[in-house]
Design a protein around this ligand. Sequence first.
Ligand code: WTA
Length: 632
Amino acid sequence: MATRITNIEEYKAAYKTSLETPEQFWDEIAGEFVWKKKYDKVLEWNFLEPDVKWFINGKLNITENCLDRHLATKGNQNAIIWEPNETGHQARTITYKELHEQVCIFANALKKLGAKKGDRICIYMPMVPELAIAVLACARIGAIHNVVFGGFSYKSLADRIQDADCTIVITADGAYRGAKDIPLKAVVDEALETCPSIEKVIVLKRTNIEYNTVQGRDILWEDAIKDCSSDCAAEVMDSEDMLFILYTSGSTGKPKGVVHTTGGYMVYADYSFRNVFQYDDGEIYWCTADVGWITGHTYLIYGPLLAGATTLMFEGIPTYPDAGRFWNIIDKHKVNIFYTAPTAIRSLEAMGLDFVKPYKLDSLRVLGSVGEPINKEAWEWYHLNIGKEKCPIVDTWWQTETGGILISPLAGITKTKPSFATLPLPGIRPVLVDEAGKILEGNNVEGRLCIEFPWPSMIRTTYGNHERCRQNYFDTFKNLYFTGDGCKRDEDGYYRITGRVDDVIKVSGHLLGTAEIENAINEHPDIVESAVVGFPHDIKGWGIYAFVICENERKDEHNLKLEILATVSKYMGSIAKPDKIQIVKGLPKTRSGKIMRRILRKIAENDLANLGDTSTLLDPAVVEDIKAGAIH
Ligand code: WTA
């Protein structure tokens, strides 16, 4: 396609055009899609409200661009290759023609159950092809999907259903993840006790886990699709109609429903996918992210399908049945492009090369990294042992809110440098600012990463609360989108993300709000107060350190800690379980009652020499106590 960059000169030229004439630049790219009615205008925006609109008055359906558009040329090509949890079980392949049919059938099933344009539908499923089918079927009929990661607890699920006011849940009886069987339907049932908006629950049978059926509410997937036609006209959507909501953690306890709309998201998902990974027709592409996260939305489902790629979906985990599973799958399916998270790389590195050696890995052409900073050592291990020093690594920086990759090398085109996300994609204008918001010009600077111009797939609002979106992203620095990340720009103008500067932590690549974890811990009846901070962790990037105050002294500290872990699993999900729990008598608070997290962070990092000024604390003695009991 015309808009695929093929060398560094073209990148520079495209970047320049995108700065000088952004509307013409995006107009040309958007022209490659099927629009039911072309837009009148490319862009209107202001970052104060914020109010951003792309491809104004355009009418389209994203699934026509993911599916129908490819039928004539790629109908018999695999759209999805699915690798099950168990090595002995048969992989499944679904061609574009079959995927189109199954999406239409399930879309008709949703309609039969009363779903219509604008309804919110929650999807809480294992990594099976039906998850992709469910997502696309929602988009087909104009329903807004709200995918919740299958590892979240009933409470997190309930919060996300309530906030989005969903009417339908699509789930499965259970999930196979490694050696574990996870009872998804039971979690849904518990969540729905507090979700009166839900009218129907569609249940896919995936495991043999038993579950309860609520008459009149629950329906089996296979029954729902019975007699449904494979003909389903795609709903006409406006460019700015909502496509999906995806919840992400913030500094406050309540997750934010990030809203993405149809036209801009489509254009950017496709453009960024093709350019970053340099996808060639016929290649097998594998993104290991769960669809419950943004990476799974944009680079497992939408981006690859828009580009007519073959996308691999894996049900299991990297260490089951052993730590060679990823490499086994790469050889088995001749994967050309492999996209994963630094945590996975570090944990597999720690298992030793014996798990890598049996595999050839010679189909690989491009490697990708996402979700957290990749340290130099992990980058080099990945480059040498997986990429055999011939595969470019794209270290892709982006966020749930950005919808697509904003800063990244283009595979094989941009010269890479370990731990640098390198350069912005065309159309993306990053700036670094100091704490006061002054823009730092030139190279060799470090500050807070902001974006000063809109891009098509950017967040439009936070569901049900636009003010929250404004405050979170557009209020810190006037006329800038603030990412929450710290960043350096080196002498070559390359960007290196240094990590979060707010109260969220990236644990194994998952974004978790410290306030959310504290709320979960505080559900334990014996806990009066808690404070959670991150500490550097060799494998997970960041670990979770919880300081807790207990109401009555408990002699059985060990049991108390186990109970706290169980409480966090119950109220949030096991991904949020603290690595370290220290029981303390008090927390370092200012006279106005604010916890000084800076001090706790230093203690958690074992940087006791740099605690800073503690004289403004209400009771400086607590610091000594905490230091004495710190866990290192
Ligand atoms: C972090 C994930 C360094 C960053 C797509 C960002 C990264 C947050 C990178 C968003 C990277 C993502 N290098 N840090 N290549 N990619 N991050 O919303 O802190 O789950 O703000 O989206 O992940 O996390 P989210």
